[in-house]
Design a protein around this ligand. Structure first.
Ligand code: SF4
Ligand code: SF4
Length: 374
């Protein structure tokens, strides 16, 4: 075995638009390092494609994985003779509305893929960084292959959301909010996200970075054209490359940082082999990495185990504030707050009781109008 075969491969291909013919070609190039989709999928298998379907937003908003990518993956999997399912547990809005608005329902109709709901949990104990009861969607036990089809976006808690964070959506419904509440500190949340990713164990992760999201992601940021697709069997390796593409150190992504501390495979730069386009040629110029761009002190302090350093680190994290001028009073933040500490003022505008806020930033993630500032 030569040294390169022990490395985690991350493939990069270019894709300059969401058109099915362009996407088919780009996906074919992307999977070339493995000899195509048949490396992952065999005839007769049941394959689940898990996109990022955070909420009911249209593909142009760059909040969700684009349906043209999902269509191209589904077509390939079908050609391999497998049965295709598509599903996710959205952070807000019901599945029917989300599947319709994100274009996923149309993909299912066109390809014959089955839309599945993540509405029942298998509730199994998982022994990862720590022993946890994870309410993962029961459908995960009924499929042979999982394709994690993520979207590249900024995220206030983890730095970016790419392949590893996307598997958080495999936790059923409101249990996601409960886990946020139980893991309020960024590095504890990162440990949780890593454990979920390891429990889900996608066979292949594909990252939609044709149009990424910069700034105040994962919901209210700006769409940013990057013209790229990425793929890997190893989600940590893929996220390491994704971080470098957007111009931040991989360690500023909390899941990367913790996974590297744990010495998981594919977490160090030297453990990764980039195939397809050279990484240096793909760096996205002056990408606004949002919260991750200013995150270096907490990352540094994370190395100190002393409790007062942990306290200081926690105090450096900003509080969310509702911008009354942008608020449309939809109350999605109030409904989705894991700590249930958002109330309404006399004008019906949500108000955050700061003293009880765990700074999970779910309110910011769920707000459809970018009305939650930090
Ligand atoms: S107010 Fe926002 S950041 Fe604070 S606990 Fe609720 S959802 Fe989390
Ligand atoms: S802050 Fe955002 S989510 Fe909350 S009510 Fe206003 S618009 Fe809706």
């Amino acid at each position: 075995m030569d040294a390169s075969s022990e490395k985690s491969i991350v493939s990069i291909s270019s894709c300059n638009r969401y058109r099915i013919d362009t996407m088919n070609d780009s996906l074919k190039m992307l999977l070339e390092p493995w000899g195509g989709i048949n490396y992952f999928v065999k005839s007769g298998q049941r394959v689940l494609i898990k996109p990022n379907l955070l909420c009911a937003s249209s593909p142009e908003e760059a909040v969700t994985t684009h349906p043209v990518l999902i269509r191209a993956i589904a077509d390939l999997v079908k050609k391999a003779g497998a049965d295709v399912m598509i599903g996710d547990s959205p952070g807000s809005d019901d599945e029917e509305t989300v599947y319709k608005r994100t274009g996923i329902e149309e993909v299912a109709n066109e390809t014959g893929a089955r839309l599945v709901k993540f509405d029942s949990a298998r509730g199994r104990k998982f022994y990862g960084i720590k022993a946890r009861n994870l309410d993962l969607a029961a459908i995960l036990d009924k499929v042979d292959v999982i394709i994690n089809a993520a979207k590249l976006k900024t995220h206030p808690l983890t730095g970016i959301t790419a392949s590893v964070k996307n598997t958080y959506g495999c936790i059923v419904g409101k249990k996601k909010a409960k886990l946020h509440l139980e893991n309020p500190l960024p590095l504890d949340f990162a440990r949780l996200v890593i454990d979920i990713h390891m429990a889900v164990k996608p066979n292949l992760s594909i990252l939609d970075a044709v149009i990424a999201m910069e700034g105040t992601g994962p919901r209210s940021g700006k769409a940013r054209k990057a013209n790229l697709l990425l793929a890997s069997e190893n989600g940590f390796a893929l996220d390491n490359i994704a971080a470098r593409l957007v111009g931040i150190k991989p360690d500023l992504v909390t899941t990367n940082y913790i996974a590297r501390e744990m010495s998981y495979p594919g977490t160090k730069n030297i453990d990764i082999l980039v195939k397809g386009l050279p990484l240096e040629e793909c760096i996205i110029d002056s990408f606004d990495a949002g919260a991750a761009a200013g995150r270096n002190i907490p990352g540094l302090l994370a190395n100190f185990p002393l409790s007062w350093f942990r306290g200081l680190r926690n105090n450096l994290r900003p509080f969310p504030v509702i911008n009354k001028n942008s608020c449309i009073k939809c109350l999605k933040c109030l409904e989705g707050c894991p700590a249930q500490i958002i109330v309404r003022d006399s004008h019906g505008i949500p108000f955050i009781r700061r003293e009880s806020c765990i700074r999970c930033y779910c309110c910011r993630e769920l707000c459809p109008n970018g009305a939650v500032d930090l």
